[in-house]
Design a protein around this ligand. Structure first.
Ligand SMILES: [Zn+2]
Length: 161
């Protein structure tokens, strides 16, 4: 799946965890579950049908703009949580498709859903581009539904409240 969609899903999940930051400030514990959940969600979203509708560079730029905007608009005390969720959501791609390639590890992949065999298998069964794009749209829709459902929490997390 496109890294920008992983990033959008990741930052949206912070709405499910931000109260823990309020109740357990200055502790690492509230950040572990969001990090691991987002790595797992990345895997799930890579395993369902998905497209690569946007080319890699604009996709990466959008994925980088999301945390940049959040840094501007979110209260400081929630930033580490949001960036943790974001990190978990993009980490598998950053490592497998970025760091390991740059370091010359070739086809080495750390995360099973990125293994070449899995990738080729999924490419062979997800051939309907309409369905693939539909799942991308649904993933973004889930983010918007979460943002709308938790809109009061969104307001609490934003600066100026
Ligand atoms: Zn991935």
């Amino acid at each position: 799946m496109m890294v920008s969609i992983h990033a959008a899903v990741g930052v949206s999940t912070s709405l499910l965890f931000y109260k823990k930051v309020d109740t357990e400030p200055n502790k690492i514990k509230p950040y572990i579950t969001p990090l691991l959940l987002n790595v797992a969600l990345h895997g799930m979203f890579d395993l369902i049908p998905h497209s690569h509708l946007i080319p890699a560079i604009p996709d990466i730029i959008i994925a980088l703009l999301i945390p940049a905007l959040l840094i501007l608009f979110v209260k400081k005390k929630y930033l580490i949580l949001i960036l943790t969720c974001y990190l978990g959501s993009v980490l598998p791609d950053v490592l497998d498709l970025g760091v390991f390639r740059v370091l010359g590890f070739g086809a080495f992949r750390m995360f099973p859903w990125h293994f070449i065999g899995v990738y080729n298998f999924l490419n062979a069964i997800y051939t309907d581009q309409f369905i693939n794009v539909l799942f991308d749209v649904l993933a973004v829709l889930v983010c918007f539904v979460l943002l709308f459902w938790k809109r009061k929490d969104v307001q609490l997390m934003l600066r100026g409240e």
